[in-house]
Write a new protein. Sequence first.
Length: 352
Amino acid sequence: VWSSFSNVDPFAPVLSEVQAISERLRHSVSSSIPALTQAAEYFFRKGVKGKRLRPTLTMLMASALSHGTPSLEYSKMDVRPAAEHAPELRRRQQRIAEIAELIHVASLLHDDVIDDASTRRGILSLNASVGNKVAILAGDFLLARASVSLAALRNTQIVELLSQVLEHLVSGEIMQMTASDEKLLSMEHYLQKTYCKTASLMANSAKAVAVLSDQPPEVCDMAWSYGRHVGIAFQVVDDILDLTASSSILGKPALNDIKSGLATAPVLFAAEQKPELRPLILRKFKQEGDLSKAVQLIEASDGIQRAKDLARHHCDMAVGMVAAMPEPQSDHAVLSRQALVEMTRRVLSRKK
Ligand code: FPP
Ligand code: MG
Ligand code: MG
């Protein structure tokens, strides 16, 4: 039944809304701290290379569970007549999307400091441009903004969900940094780290919009599960592309993961078949010639294919979650569910 929807642009149902969210973020950051204007421009400006995947997924999930079509006119108004709950609800769900994007960008700013990265999204990274200190503070500022926004929702369950995301992001990063030998070779450890670093934000923001619209707990969990599966698939594909795509397409150096000592899904699968890879993984590819030897061994294995199969499995699970949701309540909900499904396809087929 889903195969007939392949021409859907999954960004379309919420595109103008997500653009408005980015504009709001850009404006609010640069007007409160002018020194961060450059950072705000980098990350929230219209047309900049970021895919805005997180706010898009968040608003699509909100729409998939909604009773009508959101109107941007409504969403700009602060005071609503008491009877009209939907626009106010939509405004609160947009806040989740804003918070998700703030947390995401903050984590990238800090990540680029940790990784000593010189580029991000095809341009100079903020740390390379203004130095580590200001880049760290810029990330902190975005997190502070996210906290204020979160508190303003006056919903402690949502505060808990998104605060857990922060905990996951930090623990994922620490897991990656401090893994023991046994863990370095473990697919389970990789998947847990991947949930923490990538999927938790998507899962919990999807759940948060479901919670805000008073969905029953099992539907909130479906939203969470959709986000988790898409997030894991997204990261596995990212890991494959790091091995297979060139730097000019990605806007960041290719083979970045291996170069920085990381063994991702395709490498771990390859190591099951080619045990010679194990010592290379354990010494984080640091010895002369390790890089090319690793690439050779991975290419001679079916590690990349198995990683693709893993990503596909998670996308299938995500589609299953959408299919299992209760009857859609509006045409907009139907369209948004098609978009959520198409999004899983794009995650699998993306080339950058
Ligand atoms: C990108 O990973 C990094 C993350 C998804 C999370 C980073 C988390 C932290 C730095 C902890 C601090 C958290 C907050 C909320 C400030 P990557 O380096 O594997 O990928 P890349 O190629 O995009 O750099
Ligand atoms: Mg990085
Ligand atoms: Mg990193």
